[in-house]
Write a protein that binds this ligand. Structure first.
Ligand code: DON
Length: 301
């Protein structure tokens, strides 16, 4: 049943007349072919079912924020919330106004300002190189110890063109909510966003968030619950309500067109389709998850 569902979804997505627009504010993403589509699902019995371009690599971008949040909760627990909130926002993922209104405390760890604060927290007592190695190691362990790498050209291009993130970092610094120099924190953040995986690897990496991983050491169960709650309420930025309404389970999107979605206790799902909707979330990825959820009855509600 699931295999047939994936075959039908892939066909529908390949035939979709509107595939959305690839991100153009990161030069390395602007040239990606929007006609690519992949989905991969890990199930509780250990099976993995995939379709489409599921071995093609793409950068994690904001999907990385789910992993860095997991690491930061593991290391700092509730202390993290002194520096970042847990509320959704109706402003865009790279909003500056949110930050100013809240006196430099980002609304949640998934908007860019919040994720920059999380990365800054992870840098405590470590160099950027060590922190990045830890992040890569965490994602690798979640996947099941496969080789993954950082697309340095992607990170470099964001470093040069990511003026919005620079402004967020400087604002955070002025509000006393950045412990390291802007270039150290942002350099680390840009590289974490440039970690490349394929859809099959991303679905495996999400198993600990679905409670499917045999590796109980990734993070404590209470943190898994917290991260899923935040993915549900904030994982798609100001499109989170729409995603929850249409899909009905938690997800974290990235501007490269990847989404990691979690059906607690049942499935870890990765989808990748580079064209985005107006909120900066994968257009076909969302439609594909909506179809999957409806067919399988996977809404958590
Ligand atoms: O910081 C940025 O703007 C990107 N590296 C990541 C943003 C992103 O993925 C937004 N998600 N849809």
């Amino acid at each position: 049943m699931l295999e047939q569902t994936l075959t039908r979804i892939e066909k529908d997505m390949r035939e979709a007349p509107d595939k959305g627009l690839v991100a153009n504010y990161i030069p390395e993403l602007a040239g990606v072919d929007p006609n690519q589509f992949a989905m991969s699902i890990c199930l509780a019995d250990g099976q993995q079912i995939s379709c489409g371009d599921s071995t093609t690599d793409f950068s994690l971008q904001s999907v990385s924020k789910a992993f860095t949040l997991a690491m930061a909760l593991g290391r700092f627990g509730n202390g993290l919330w002194k520096r970042v909130g847990r509320e959704p926002t109706s402003n865009a993922f790279n909003s500056v106004v949110d930050l100013e209104l809240a006196g430099g405390r980002p609304p949640n760890p998934f908007v860019n300002a919040g994720a920059i604060v999380v990365t800054d927290a992870l840098l405590a007592g470590r160099s950027p190189k060590e922190t990045l190695a830890e992040i890569v190691q965490f994602v690798k362990a979640a996947i099941g110890d496969e080789k993954i790498y950082i697309n340095h050209e992607m990170a470099r291009s964001e470093n040069i063109t990511g003026h919005r993130n620079w402004s967020l970092a400087h604002f955070l610094k002025s509000a006393d909510n950045l412990e390291h120099e802007c270039d150290l924190t942002l350099g680390t953040y840009f590289h974490q966003c440039a970690i490349e995986v394929n859809c099959q690897q991303l679905a495996r990496a999400g198993r600990f968030l679905a409670g499917l991983s045999s590796d109980d050491d990734m993070i404590a169960k209470r943190h898994v619950c917290s991260i899923n709650a935040l993915m549900m309420t904030c994982g798609h930025y100001n499109g989170s309500g729409e995603f929850a309404y249409r899909v009905g389970f938690p997800g974290k999107s990235g501007v490269s067109g990847g989404i990691l979605a979690i059906v607690p206790g049942t499935a870890s799902i990765a989808v990748w389709a580079p064209g985005l909707n107006s909120f900066g979330n994968s257009m076909l990825g969302t439609i594909a998850l909506e179809q999957l959820s409806r067919t399988m009855g996977w809404s958590v509600f």
